[in-house]
Design a protein around this ligand. Structure first.
Ligand SMILES: [Fe+2]
Length: 278
């Protein structure tokens, strides 16, 4: 009797482990959550009040993320008819044919009614994040598809200044250049792939929100505990909103794709912000 009970107990544990494995590798990585939040911006022009900005991050088009999951996500975002779409890096994961692959996948990428902007992430710089010539090819591709790729640059969207900072791990983050033409009296928003950039120098003239990605939320998170694997120096930066010094706020999107195909308690995310006057 005891051995029968032990057998049933062991079987239950085994089944639980298999079910968790299937859930973590086959279900949650593709169980997209559309997160809705307000985004208060000081001095927001009246015509942008109530406008929608969709943040897409860490799509990681390439060998690890199924194309049909990405295309289905694009369809869901297009159906939202966003006013602005902002891509916060890691459009791709590297493979030999990634430029062609990305060209096919992003052909009908979600665009905003007013603007489509983007920044590059470390994975867009190729192996070791060390190939600026590869990043330049991707930047050219996205520009040809209607994305304003910001590499430590500022663009104006209907009176909203959007600053896009380039990638930290690729050695291209340059806040001095990025903020060079910022008018601190006017509405502004910053895109920066790696959340650690907010602790670097050069933010003195900026107050407001910074939209980031990069962490994928850690991808696996035990309940009530921080995720054990986070690619950031400041381990406070997991996912979601954070209050920072200097009148700044950070939002870290959990990303759409992945490098390792596992997620647990950290669903992939598309964020739909509603712009409001602060
Ligand atoms: Fe990423």
């Amino acid at each position: 009797m005891t051995s029968r009970r032990q057998f049933l107990y062991a079987s239950a544990i085994g089944l639980g482990a298999v079910a968790t494995g299937i859930y973590t590798s086959r279900i949650e990585p593709y169980w997209l959550e559309i997160v809705r939040r307000s985004l208060p911006i000081a001095g927001l022009p009246p015509e942008l009040r109530g406008a929608s900005l969709v943040q897409l991050s860490d799509l990681h088009v390439g060998p690890q993320v199924p194309d049909d999951y990405i295309l289905e996500t694009f369809g869901r975002v297009r159906a939202l008819q966003p006013d602005i779409v902002a891509y916060t890096g890691d459009f791709t994961s590297y493979e030999d044919t990634i430029v062609d692959h990305a060209g096919r996948m992003y052909q009908d990428l979600p665009r905003g009614r007013l603007a489509t902007v983007g920044i590059l992430g470390n994975h867009d710089y190729g192996p070791g994040w060390a190939h600026p010539e590869h990043a330049a090819k991707l930047a050219d591709l996205f520009c040809s598809l209607g994305v304003t790729i910001l590499r430590n640059e500022l663009t104006d969207v209907a009176g909203l200044q959007i600053v896009g900072l380039d990638d930290l791990w690729a050695g291209r983050f340059d806040s001095t250049r990025g903020f060079a033409t910022l008018d601190p009296r006017r509405a502004a928003l910053v895109l920066s792939h790696n959340p650690d950039t907010v602790d670097r120098a050069g933010w003195d003239r900026y107050r407001g929100w910074i939209l980031a990605g990069h962490t994928h939320g850690g991808q696996c998170k035990p309940p009530f505990l921080p995720p054990p694997l986070l690619p950031v120096e400041n381990r406070r930066y997991t996912s979601g909103p954070f209050e920072l010094t200097g009148g700044r706020q950070l939002y870290i999107n959990r990303g759409v794709g992945h490098v390792l195909p596992v997620r647990f308690n950290v669903r992939p995310e598309v964020t739909v912000f509603r712009l409001e006057a602060a």
